[in-house]
Write a protein that binds this ligand. Structure first.
Ligand SMILES: *Cc1c(COP(=O)(O)O)cnc(C)c1O
Length: 378
């Protein structure tokens, strides 16, 4: 086996995502010293662009965690949940469950509020849980990558704040794919990563941290080192990372954020994501027996989940994956655990169409055309 045998598949999964040739090329830019003035040329503009992309004003400090999305989520749990309080982990799918298991693994007093697969957070139910558990911190998922649901972060945060808790958001898969409006949102910390809607390789967790979160962290003990947001903030204020960053990725981050902000433009990027959501919905409409899975009004602009007709199995979706591979595409046969649960309860499984990052409507149209042919033969 040599690198020539590596398949150049077009990724329509939900992360990692396809890289533009310019982003791949940026991987060859010179490495640099992360405490040297060269660092500033990359990370100072990059961190400003991250704040702009989140519409954070100057209220949030962007932090680059070394790792992936999970690294930032775990840092949030370690830094923001105090020993004598409860964290309420609100889950609408597998990634909401992950946030809860992180809180438990870190010894936090954690309770979980779970919604049915495919449903968004229901505010009345959330309000009842807030009244019952009186949490100090509430975590929830912005864009649930396992089910294709996008929650209204502003409505949820408003309620959480009214009940006196801090709001921590997992936005790993949607940052760069939709408006965030962090400024004046009341969100204490928003977490993301590079390899989803930002269309970069994985390697940085991204945090947007409000001063209120920093104040809270100062009162929390046992935050660890790499999971202490205060240590990260200290370096981030100088546009540095806590420890040595992947300088290849830092170069790519600079190039990609400059492209997003100065060439494509945020508004056009977000509109492109929404347009692709509508394209997939129309395509599903034309497929006999297939249905959109996520609750109407809460469907993600970054990925679409499609429930197959009754009688079609997970095993068949795995065959679709191999047929699509032979055609040059990486198909996503659904989130494993979710499909296992669906099948166990007698319901049809789902597959996912990732349309995040730098996928274009033209690429998506070609993909859906091919996939439609393969699905028709089921
Ligand atoms: C991918 C994903 C994660 C995990 O991120 P990693 O970068 O793999 O650590 C967490 N939450 C959501 C919503 C995700 O989509």
């Amino acid at each position: 086996m040599s690198t020539q045998d590596f398949a150049a598949l077009k990724l329509f999964i939900t992360g990692p995502t396809l890289l533009r040739p310019e982003v791949r090329q940026a991987g060859t830019l010179p490495e640099f010293g992360h405490r040297d003035s060269e660092n500033l040329k990359r990370l100072e503009p990059a961190m400003h662009w991250l704040a702009e992309l989140a519409d954070a004003g100057d209220q949030y400090t962007p932090v680059l965690f070394l790792g992936s999305g999970s690294t930032g989520l775990e840092a949030a749990v370690r830094s923001l949940v105090a020993e004598d309080e409860t964290v309420l982990n609100v889950s609408v799918g597998a990634f909401g469950d992950l946030f809860h298991s992180m809180a438990v693994a870190n010894g936090k007093r954690a309770v979980q509020l779970k919604f049915d697969m495919g449903r968004a957070i229901d505010l009345d139910e959330l309000d009842r849980a807030l009244t019952e558990h009186r949490p100090g911190v509430v975590t929830f998922t912005h864009n649930e990558t396992s089910t294709g649901v996008i929650n209204d972060i502003h409505a949820v945060t408003e309620l959480v704040r009214r009940r006196g808790a801090l709001s921590v958001v997992d936005g790993v898969s949607i940052f760069g794919g939709t408006e965030l409006g962090l400024k004046d949102s009341g969100i204490a910390m928003y977490c993301s990563a590079t390899q989803k809607s930002l269309a970069l390789p994985a390697g940085f967790g991204i945090g947007l941290i409000h001063a209120e979160a920093a104040e809270k962290a100062a009162r929390v003990t046992n935050k660890g080192h790499g999971s202490d947001i205060l240590k990260h903030l200290d370096k981030a204020r100088k546009f540095q990372t806590l420890s040595t960053p992947n300088t290849t990725l830092a170069n790519q981050l600079y190039v990609q954020l400059r492209y997003i902000m100065e060439e494509e433009g945020m508004a056009r990027r977000f509109a492109r994501h929404r347009a692709m959501r509508e394209m997939v919905a129309r395509w599903v409409d034309g497929l006999e027996g297939f249905r959109l899975f996520a609750q109407e009004g809460f469907r993600s602009p970054a990925l679409t989940t499609v429930q197959v007709p009754d009688g079609v199995s997970v095993q068949q979706l795995k065959q679709v994956k191999e047929t699509m591979r032979a055609r040059g595409y990486l198909f996503d046969p659904g989130y494993g655990k979710l499909n296992t649960e669906l099948e166990a309860s007698g319901r049809a499984p789902i597959f996912r169409v990732g349309h995040m990052g730098d996928i274009t409507p033209a690429m998506l149209e070609e993909y859906l055309g091919e996939l439609g042919e393969v699905l028709a033969a089921l």
